[in-house]
Design a protein around this ligand. Structure first.
Ligand SMILES: C[S@@+](CC[C@H](N)C(=O)[O-])C[C@H]1O[C@@H](n2cnc3c(N)ncnc32)[C@H](O)[C@@H]1O
Length: 159
């Protein structure tokens, strides 16, 4: 299984990078997991609604360019469906069973994901109604993917 995590902007915080690298290292035993960073759109602090739309669309085009037509896309979105860790594990297990070998998780930039990216996604996954910073979201996501692998292998981790 090839899992890519597509994110917007460079990861700046060292403490997040260390945590993410640790989970990527642990996951290398289970699957190929890579993080793909697309450039964020430079924009001033205050933007009009149409400028915000433009930023999301430009970042969205860069995300879409990284997706192969046969990739199963899971977009992280606050308004998406919430799942337990066991349900996420089951999703990954079923995708593997049905021969879906390319899976992409997509995390939006500070303004979120464009409609085009949300429409391209096969499912929208919510981690709660709360808004997380996109860089922190990466760490939370890699831990949950790692947890899913452990659950699917029946290994002692999911407490
Ligand atoms: C700072 S948030 C964007 C906030 C933006 N107002 C929105 O509604 O999408 C950046 C990205 O992190 C991810 N994210 C943040 N909180 C999330 C949550 N509770 N569930 C799923 N994804 C989340 C989403 O991919 C989002 O596009």
């Amino acid at each position: 299984m090839n899992i890519s995590i597509i994110t917007v902007g460079k990861l700046k915080e060292k403490y997040l990078k260390q945590g993410i690298d640790e989970y990527l290292k642990r996951m290398s035993a289970y699957a190929k997991v890579e993080i793909i960073e697309v450039a964020d759109e430079k924009a001033p602090e205050v933007l009009s609604a149409s400028e915000m739309l433009q930023v999301k669309e430009k970042e969205g085009e860069r995300i879409l360019a990284k997706l192969h037509p046969d990739t199963y896309v899971i977009a992280l979105a606050i308004e998406g469906k919430q799942k337990s860790s066991e349900e996420l594990a089951d999703t990954l297990d079923k995708l593997a069973t049905y021969g879906k070998s390319k899976i992409a998780f997509v995390i939006g930039g500070s303004l979120g994901l464009s409609q085009q990216v949300l429409q391209r996604s096969d499912e929208k996954l919510s981690f709660s109604k709360m808004t997380f910073p996109h860089q922190l979201m990466r760490l939370v996501l890699v831990e949950q993917i790692y947890r899913a692998f452990r659950i699917n292998r029946g290994e002692p981790y999911h407490k």
